[in-house]
Design a protein around this ligand. Sequence first.
Ligand code: PLP
Length: 364
Amino acid sequence: MPFLDLTRQHRRLAHEIEAAISGVVRRGVFVIGPEVAAFEEEFARYVGARFAVGVGSGTEALHLALRACGVRPGDEVVTVSHTAVATVAAVELSGARPVLVDVDPATCTIDPALVERAISPRTKVVLPVHLYGTPADMSSVLSVAMRHGLRVVEDCAQAHGARYGGRRVGVLGDLGCFSFYPTKNLGALGDGGVITTDDPVLAEQARLLRQYGWRERYVSVVRGSNSRLDEIQAAVLRVKLRHLDAWNVRRRELAKRYVDALGGGTWVPAAPASAEPAYHLFVVRTDRRDELRDFLADQGISTLIHYPLPVHLQEAYRDLGYGPGTLPASEAAAGTVLSLPLYPEMTDEEAETVAGALARWSRA
Ligand SMILES: *Cc1c(COP(=O)(O)O)cnc(C)c1O
């Protein structure tokens, strides 16, 4: 059983997707045209934000969101180590120093109490990650940020459609950053990303930064870069966005089966009380992770580990100065987490097979 099979989604939508692509080809406008504008409007409405700005990837969404906040070399951005390397890479693209804090072991998302202690006079932004699709403890993050006059940029790359206190992620902080990497809850047929915000000034900054700082063609008012969403991806995303809620409902249904099968014996994702996770990944945690992985593999069930090594222990990031033992909950997570197959097009039979295996495992 594959961990994920994207061809199933695309087979079902083949007609619509192909029509969307050929519409763009016929029109002959390929970057930042009418499809991007329409998608931005539709995605903004979906998350409940005033503005959405399409960009080249999730990493670029984070990078440009930080720059829109005025982050400059020498500034500090507080985020987690237990995340995709992209989160930390984006901080460094902005010129800032990533200040890494530990996660709350119950949720695997940023521990707000540790954020407070990590703040220095150079801190500009707090960057919580809604890892696995589970919203971080945003009310605590926002109150720490408010007390210290910091901006909050949400990494929503795994949490399209997740809710917190009734609102979608992406509108809780100052800016929300989404990835449309093909495997995400909303995936393009290549790279893509978007920044959401209610603030017209931040939206305008993001718009300038994504294209050479151009206020109009050939007139640069800030130092920007090239990070554009292309028309073909936007056209495909418009087709897929209409299905996102139904897909997330199916993800929750599958997640519930797994939770029931596990019967509480193994750690399953905890979420803040008012949160509705988007289950980008269904992650369990057990001290016998490698055994469980082999047990499932023997039954033909593929699994992955998100992530096997926290960023602060990656070779490339050793010079950030965090040695082994400095972020114990992140290091423990890396040694114990296991992601099970869970995606909307999984069949009931496949889900039963996984749930049955989990039930046998947790009884053994
Ligand atoms: C996927 C991901 C990103 C990066 O998105 P790209 O589109 O691949 O650049 C950033 N943060 C998290 C948590 C992600 O899962």
